[in-house]
Design a protein around this ligand. Structure first.
Ligand code: SAM
Length: 237
């Protein structure tokens, strides 16, 4: 379905080596995405080359931004059809990956896909602000990712509570917005984070991309994350 050689060489260009098994799994993932998308709204991106660039390679840029030890504990918040989390797991099957979303339908797609690919992850149907208050998930993860879930200020309240001290939260954005970053400064600090680096680059066939990498330097106070209505109505300033 996809041009596996294209994926392999473009992944190499961003420093990610994909073996035959990974390429086969990406191919099957793309097939299932297109098949299931016919009756379940998973993605607007269904052209094979676009899937390669805008879903798979975009997801893999995370591996270029952070060095993850074997078996690192990761969570993808608002994973939807599995981006970036499931794509990261295909590239790095050693990762202990949690895929979290508040929408069950998409998670069924993910679970069935992972079963078919012979991969395992913890697929969790929960809202981020609830999971962030549970002992099972709070401050447990070396890497927290989120793509296209919320603005950075809200995202920090959703995601930094999951990060263990010393771990990294990567917010995946398209165009770099200094205003969005400035607005999120208080939230980052209050949640116990500090901006580590901001990587802005052009992803071939996809456009501008920005990875905002936030390091967790101190514990998140117990009252965060707040319930979702509060997060929306009373943004952190
Ligand atoms: N990350 C995927 C991607 O980039 O393709 C999906 C993006 S989709 C636009 C946003 C996803 O975030 C949806 O699946 C939605 O259910 C989920 N979501 C939004 N807010 C959430 C929350 N507070 N807790 C859990 N999931 C959330």
């Amino acid at each position: 379905m996809i041009d596996q050689m294209l994926l392999k060489s473009e992944a190499e260009n961003i420093g990610v080596i994909l073996d035959e098994t990974a390429l086969g799994r990406f191919d099957r993932y793309a097939q299932r995405l297109v098949e299931v998308n016919m009756h379940l709204n998973l993605t607007a991106i269904t052209e094979p080359a676009e899937i390669v660039y805008k879903h798979f390679l975009d997801s893999l840029t995370v591996l270029n931004a952070v060095t993850l030890p074997d078996s690192a504990q990761c969570i993808d918040v608002g994973t939807g059809a599995g981006f970036p989390g499931a794509a990261l797991l295909i590239a790095r099957p050693d990762l202990r990956m949690t895929l979290l979303d508040g929408t069950r339908k998409k998670l069924c797609f993910i679970q069935d896909t992972l079963d078919e690919l012979g991969l395992s992850a913890d697929v969790v149907h929960m809202r981020a602000e609830e999971a962030g208050q549970s002992g099972k998930h709070r401050e447990q993860y070396d890497l927290v990712t989120a793509r296209a879930v919320a603005n950075l200020r809200e995202l920090c309240e959703y995601c930094i509570p999951f990060t263990r001290i010393g771990g990294i939260f990567i917010a995946m954005k398209s165009v770099r917005s200094e205003e969005e970053i400035a607005e999120a400064q208080s939230a980052i600090r209050l949640m116990g984070g500090r901006i580590d680096k901001i990587l802005s680059f052009t992803l071939p066939q996809a456009g501008e991309r920005t990875l905002i990498c936030i390091k967790k330097i101190s514990q998140t106070p117990a009252k965060y994350p707040r319930p979702s209505a509060k997060i929306a109505k009373q943004p952190l300033r």
